[in-house]
Design a protein around this ligand. Structure first.
Ligand code: NAD
Ligand code: LMR
Length: 330
């Protein structure tokens, strides 16, 4: 018997990430090759014409799993009964900007959309915030939904998977080991240059990657800055921020959350429960294992002095961002 469709909301659907994302969701790459989906696409009124064109292209793919498409500029319609919400719609940064420079402009979007999720989404809705600064936008959405007591706060997550994938790729080039062999990577903290990509626990076919590399200067002076500043390097090269790799990371994040990570560690920005010295409530990148539609934080890892310093540094930035939006949340 075929499964009933899952409603998937994508905001900013007419934008560049949307264009790389929607076709892959509709083809079953996110929720499974046997799972029909209904796409509920939100964008601004002025983007509806472009969105209509994207929908024509979706129709022209004749995806067997695409059970319906709704286009709207109304969050109440877009989030109605949705079980998977990908919050992409926001202004991207340009050259010379940091992601937190977008906070003033983008924060309001996530207050409105968080409240709409709180009122209209399915109670088990899983939310991924991609729009930057994504950790603090996820925090805003979570806090805005909270007062409706419908969708649990733990279901609001931020995307650090792009950083995770970037770090995997750098480690693979450095060691010559295939990406698929690399296990137990973590990216702690904020999706910003302060993030801490931590390969202390990474193994490749049983070998410790830290011992294979055995070069602390490379870690400090090459690896961390390369991963942390990759978004800016792409903006510099393309004149536009990353889109296909961002859409790919969003698919990875949601697929693993819904379908499981097969026992492997993946990085998700999730609400802190106080572990690892991260104050409760902050949305912070941590290692998780996903199974049965749930994520579970990897607990009890040793935090050495270098790591503590890095983790506190990215935390401080998140605390500053949180203080910056306190007024908005009342
Ligand atoms: P884009 O400008 O191409 O598209 C953004 C879309 O959002 C546009 O269609 C716009 O009309 C729409 N939009 C704006 N405000 C909206 C609102 N209130 N409701 C619904 N739609 C709205 O941008 P993009 O390249 O697709 O990037 C989108 C966001 O994703 C940016 O904030 C960017 O910085 C961020 N991003 C995050 C990551 C990550 O790893 N977390 C990676 C890449 C990009
Ligand atoms: C990225 O990391 O590529 C995105 O967050 C876009 C950006 O502004 O860097």
């Amino acid at each position: 018997m075929s499964k009933s469709p899952i409603r998937v909301t994508v905001t900013g659907a007419a934008g560049q990430i949307g264009y790389s994302l929607l076709f892959r969701i509709a083809s079953g790459e996110m929720l499974g090759k046997d799972q029909p989906v209904i796409l509920q696409l939100l964008d601004l009124p002025q983007a509806q014409k472009a969105l209509a064109g994207v929908i024509m292209e979706l129709e022209d793919c004749a995806f067997p799993l695409l059970a319906g498409v709704i286009a709207t500029d109304d969050p109440a319609v877009a989030f109605k009964d949705t079980q998977a919400a990908l919050l992409v719609g926001a202004r991207p940064r340009g050259p010379g900007m940091e992601r937190k420079d977008l906070l003033a402009e983008n924060a309001k979007i996530f207050t409105v959309q968080g409240a709409a999720i709180g009122q209209y989404a399915a109670p088990d809705c899983r939310v991924l915030v991609v729009g930057n600064p994504c950790n603090t936008n996820a925090y805003i959405a979570k806090e805005s939904a909270k007062k409706f007591g419908r969708v649990p706060s733990k279901n609001f997550t931020a995307m650090l998977r792009l950083d995770h994938n970037r770090a995997l790729s750098q480690l693979s080039s450095k060691t010559g080991r295939p990406v698929s062999s690399l296990k137990n990577l973590i990216v702690w903290g904020n999706h910003s240059p302060t993030m801490y990509a931590d390969y202390r626990f990474v193994t490749s076919n049983g070998d410790k990657v830290k011992a294979l590399i055995n070069d602390e200067a490379w870690n400090r002076d090459v690896f961390l800055p390369t991963v942390g500043k990759r978004g800016a390097a792409i903006i510099e090269a393309r004149g536009l921020s990353s889109a296909a790799s961002a859409a790919n990371a969003a698919i990875d994040h949601m697929r693993d959350w819904f379908l499981g990570s097969n026992g492997e560690w993946v990085t998700m920005g999730i609400e802190s429960d106080g572990s690892y010295g991260i104050p409760e409530g902050i949305i912070y990148g941590v290692p998780v294992i996903t199974a049965n539609g749930e994520f579970k934080r990897v607990e009890g890892l040793e935090i050495d002095e270098f790591s503590r310093e890095k983790m506190n540094f990215t935390l401080k930035e998140l605390e500053e961002e949180r203080a910056g939006v306190a007024d908005l949340l009342g």
